[in-house]
Design a protein around this ligand. Structure first.
Ligand SMILES: NC(=O)c1ccc[n+]([C@@H]2O[C@H](COP(=O)([O-])OP(=O)(O)OC[C@H]3O[C@@H](n4cnc5c(N)ncnc54)[C@H](O)[C@@H]3O)[C@@H](O)[C@H]2O)c1
Length: 246
């Protein structure tokens, strides 16, 4: 098996790369090239097979080259985990156009570009599995996270459309909707003095009373990218400690 994971230099993507490496070759793609190399090094040192690419998922030429290069080196892609993401907070009245574009480009455009390039080969081979990282916030509104909510809902919407369009080719496409997971993104664009209170507030809003671990999300993705999930398609699966129940 060969799996491409974006945003795999850190957090959820990294935990998933380390877990899946036990049964798959891993292509690690991240705009943080040094972080990507470190994860690939850890996998290779542990007896797995991994390759790192420094790629911005919003760049069409870079994404096309990524998929072509890694399929040449490690073979056809069986699985894709579209996971790169960022967080920007603030009142909608203060969002700048370039911030809106960065949010939508990183999540919606990035997911689309990677999926399109990967799906071409999957369709030819009539097999494939894709998981896209959406969020709990795709299905609930959250103040001061307008652009993030919009981007994550776009990913969920595209997941449903892809699931229906590619099911005839035996390709399954699902989304995950994590709750608050203890990764660097929860600290991103926050003042240092705000971080502890914000982490505590996130833990408190979770019925299980704690933040999730990246490894707990990795376990969900591992399941979805396996035959154990062979009849799960077009779903939003939520490792969220019970934060959103609907
Ligand atoms: N941590 C949470 O609470 C949480 C909850 C719901 C959803 N998510 C989503 O999970 C995904 C992973 O986030 P995480 O929590 O592991 O955070 P993280 O910051 O640890 O990891 C995100 C990774 O994405 C990479 N990235 C960002 N923009 C990129 C780009 N344009 N091209 C390539 N790589 C890029 C970063 O360099 C980083 O390595 C994101 O999509 C995030 O929105 C996280």
């Amino acid at each position: 098996m060969h799996t491409l994971i974006t945003g795999a230099a850190s957090g959820i993507g990294k935990a998933t790369a380390l877990r899946l490496a036990k049964r798959s070759s891993i292509t690690i793609a991240d705009k943080n090239g040094d972080g990507a190399k470190a994860v690939a090094h850890a996998i290779n040192a542990g007896g797995g097979k991994a390759q790192a690419f420094s790629v911005d998922v919003t760049d069409p030429a870079a994404v096309e080259a990524l998929v072509a290069d890694t399929e040449r080196d490690l073979g056809p892609l069986d699985a894709l985990f579209n996971n790169a993401g960022i967080n920007l907070r603030g009142p909608v009245l203060d969002i700048k156009e370039d911030e809106w574009d960065l949010m939508m480009n990183t999540h919606a455009r990035g997911m689309f570009l990677i999926a399109q390039n990967t799906l071409r080969g999957m369709v030819e081979r009539k097999t494939g599995m894709i998981v896209n990282t959406s969020s709990d916030f795709a299905v609930i509104g959250v103040p001061n996270l307008g652009s993030y909510c919009a981007a994550k809902t776009a990913i969920y919407a595209m997941t449903k459309a892809l699931a229906l369009e590619f099911a005839p080719h035996d390709i399954r496409v699902n989304a995950i909707g994590p709750g608050p997971i203890d990764t660097p993104i929860l600290r991103q664009n926050r003042k240092p003095e705000e971080i502890e209170a914000s982490l505590a507030a996130n833990a408190a809003r979770t019925p299980l009373g704690r933040l999730g671990k990246p490894e707990e999300v990795a376990a969900t993705v591992d399941f979805l990218l396996s035959d154990r999930a062979s009849y799960i398609n077009g779903q939003l699966i939520q490792p969220n400690g019970g934060c959103v129940i609907w």
